[in-house]
Design a protein around this ligand. Structure first.
Ligand code: UDP
Length: 250
């Protein structure tokens, strides 16, 4: 057993080590290696900063598998990430990182909060890709900030934000192309970054229909968390559809 493999998971798929953190959709568990964690995906869904909550059967399994496929592909393309490997239906082995409390949002089309804020029709394609930063802070409702706020708040530096921006542009190109190949338009998405023990900047958290807006390229049908946010029905079917299309990628 390598250090990395030093963990146990019970027959129900729950890690049997100390829980370090519990978020809205995931739990983080320790392993025998202080630099390695297990991320466990739950079926809990939440929206509007936790105001709307529900359980979506199997969502944890779908998001774990979807995020793993995407991370494996990004790693192959040379993007540094926290991902080590998927363990089973609900668990992933990842490098422990110090999270940078910034959500980086990339918008290829207008939707959601930006469409509302700027009075743009959903689906409108702006001339350029739009990048936004939000300060990860539940009490403040993850406010929109710019790089000057981030530096002033002491949560990042101009150099780090430059590096984050460069990696984010590359991730957007790779993901846009990957989803186009399965007939899906990548409308927008949110990513997060952290630093590993040796100081490497890596992509962290998940990439799934919870964190991306994904529309069928032909019908514009929403295949993401907006089905839950907006009570559109067939939420599970949409997540499952994304997983089955991604599984067919060669
Ligand atoms: N997003 C996310 N977590 C958040 C906020 C946003 O994953 O806390 C994702 C969301 O799923 C969408 C994109 O980031 O793909 C842009 O979200 P937006 O700002 O439009 O927020 P919303 O409409 O959800 O309020």
């Amino acid at each position: 057993m390598t250090m990395q493999e030093d963990y146990k998971i019970d027959e129900k798929g729950m890690p049997m080590t100390e829980m370090l953190y519990e978020g809205k959709a995931k739990q983080v568990f320790a392993t025998g290696n202080p630099e390695v964690i297990i991320i466990h995906y739950k079926d809990d869904a939440s929206a509007y900063n936790g105001i709307k909550r529900a359980q979506i059967a199997n969502k944890g399994e779908w998001n774990n598998k979807i995020s793993s496929i995407i991370y494996e592909r990004l790693e192959k393309e040379g993007i540094k990430t926290h991902f080590i490997r998927r363990i089973d239906d609900r668990n992933q082995l990842c490098k422990r990182v110090k999270v940078i409390p910034i959500e980086v949002i990339v918008r290829n089309r207008a939707a959601g909060s930006m469409a509302r804020r700027l009075g743009l029709p959903e689906g409108m394609q702006p001339k350029n890709t739009i990048y936004e930063y939000c300060y990860k802070n539940d009490e403040l409702n993850d406010p929109l900030i710019n790089e000057h706020h981030a530096v002033a708040l002491g949560i990042s530096t101009y150099e780090e934000l430059d590096e984050i921006h460069g990696i984010t542009e590359r991730i957007n190109c790779l993901l846009t192309e990957m989803f186009a190949r399965i007939g899906v338009t990548l409308v927008d998405f949110k990513i997060e970054f952290g630093r590993t023990a040796d100081g490497t900047l890596v992509l962290s958290d998940e990439l799934s229909p919870d964190t991306c807006r994904l529309w069928d390229a032909d019908t514009q049908e929403k295949l993401d968390k907006d089905r839950f946010r907006r009570d559109l029905g067939r939420v599970g079917e949409a997540y499952n559809e994304i997983l089955s299309r991604l599984s067919r990628l060669d």
